[in-house]
Design a binder for this molecule. Structure first.
Ligand code: 5AD
Ligand code: SF4
Length: 437
């Protein structure tokens, strides 16, 4: 084996799939003899695991590259990974001389050999998009957080007109059933009690005739696994089986992240979303019929080309109609190569800012109302981090709310609590009886 530098740091931007990829790169580098740099310590290798979905994220990655130069003028080896790497390829190294390695999301199993090459002064690039061979080349999972991510699907065939994902992550592709189950087993052995199945279009997952509901059902039979979640879903792939699963599988948490993007049919059509505001609402009614306490979250884009005040008002109405527990909203950002980038009717930055602010206020109101409606409920939380006060821990409810509780329980424990107070982003809870860890 070639000698690699001693220490590394991985910085992930963007979505949970990047967080997952970052964990797997860390395991891989660790298996090759490198160690994670401690906080505040200079790393010999820095991997920037980038996101390309909105312009600022890519710009941020480039400025982060610049900031890696140390005071004495030296710098670590720098690897640009993730979707900016995929989209920019050789361009990235032309734009910044500091980038030694460019590695796309389907090639990071090759990272150790690329680091070795870079250590010899070369500038390796790999942005090939083979099938999911990287998963076969990665080490088995050994340690996992109480809530662990597991990527089961990558890429997207939906071609929403604003989105770069079909270009950066390629066509929809699913990991085979056996691989997923084996990784879930390993994560649970490594300490996970909750598994979050990830995919750009996770509910498009399939292995032959088997769809995501069958996979969730199989995982729910694994002892030691207490909770299952999945994200992100497209309305077009909410199969009857998956809707029914929400009512039938106790371990499947009552939470659904289902982006709608806009409440205006005209804009949804221009976005190539395959659903209307009404068909989206009916779909939500169906899932709620299967699981009445379902909490919903969504994604919204404001300022898509041609969006009028009236279109935007419809977006606000859908927030009120659905009663989201949480939602993410973004200003439209034209991405090179996407059909929307060539559309007319650009919305001015000022109008975008105003709409975003209004939408976020409406969402905040909805989150607060949802959290308040939960006060008084008895529920179970999975402790995932320490609070700021001594003796305070933070855990997640089935509806993905953060609950602050006074307890001497440890991370990974599950506790029965009564929800006692509500803010927009968190709740207070009082301990009932501790459940055996
Ligand atoms: N501009 C703004 N937001 C976008 N998203 C995707 N592409 C864009 C874009 N070009 C948002 C969508 C998606 C989320 C992950 O990011 O809301 O659901
Ligand atoms: Fe992008 Fe649309 Fe695919 Fe989501 S469904 S990844 S928004 S193209």
């Amino acid at each position: 084996m070639t000698t690699l530098p001693a220490s590394f740091r991985i910085k992930s931007f963007g979505c949970q799939m990047n967080v997952y990829d970052g964990e797997r790169m860390a395991e891989l580098l660790g298996d090759n003899g490198m160690t994670p740099a401690a906080d505040g310590e200079d790393a010999d290798l820095v991997v920037l695991n980038t996101c390309h979905i909105r312009e600022k994220a890519a710009e941020k990655a480039y400025s982060d590259v610049g900031r890696l130069r140390r005071e004495d003028g030296s710098r670590p080896l720098i690897a640009l990974a993730g979707c900016v790497a995929q989209a920019e390829g050789a361009e990235a190294q032309a734009r910044s001389k500091m980038i030694d390695i460019v590695v796309g999301p389907q090639s990071y199993h090759r990272l150790p050999e690329m680091v070795a090459e870079a250590a010899l002064g070369r500038r390796p690039i790999d942005t090939a998009m083979p099938a999911l061979s990287k998963f076969d080349a990665l080490p088995r999972r050994r340690k996992a957080a109480p809530s662990a991510f597991l990527t089961v699907q990558e890429g997207c065939d939906k071609f929403c007109t604003y989105c770069v994902v079909p270009y950066t992550r390629g066509a929809e592709i699913s990991r085979p059933w056996d691989d997923v189950v084996a990784e879930a087993d390993a994560l649970i052995e490594g300490g996970a009690r909750e598994i979050v199945l990830l995919g750009q279009n996770v509910n498009a997952w399939r292995d032959g005739p088997r769809r995501l509901d069958a996979l969730i059902r199989a995982l729910s039979k694994i002892d030691g696994l207490e909770r299952i979640r999945y994200t992100t879903s497209h309305p077009a792939d909410m199969t009857d089986g998956l809707i029914a699963a929400h009512g039938e599988i106790d371990k499947l948490m009552p939470y659904l992240h289902l982006p709608v993007q806009s409440g205006s049919d005209r804009i949804l059509k221009a976005m190539n979303r395959d659903h209307t505001a009404d068909s989206y609402r009916r779909l939500i009614e169906q899932v709620r019929a299967a699981r009445p306490d379902l909490a919903l979250s969504g994604d919204f884009i404001v300022g898509f080309p041609g969006e009028s005040d009236e279109d935007f008002t419809r977006t606000l109405s859908i927030v009120d109609a659905v009663g989201y527990a949480a939602a993410y909203s973004f200003k439209y950002s034209a991405r090179p190569g996407t059909p929307a980038a060539a559309m007319e009717g650009a919305v001015s930055p000022h109008v975008m800012d105003e709409r975003l602010q209004q939408l976020q206020e409406r969402i905040a109101k909805s989150s607060l109302a949802f959290n308040r409606s939960c006060v008084g409920r008895d529920t179970r939380i999975l402790i995932d981090r320490k609070g700021r006060q001594p003796g305070q821990m933070i855990g997640k409810t089935p509806w993905l709310q953060s609950v602050f509780v006074e307890t001497d329980a440890a991370i990974g424990d599950m506790l029965d609590v009564t929800l006692t107070s509500a803010l927009r982003n968190s709740l207070g809870g009082a301990l009932r009886t501790a459940v055996a860890a």
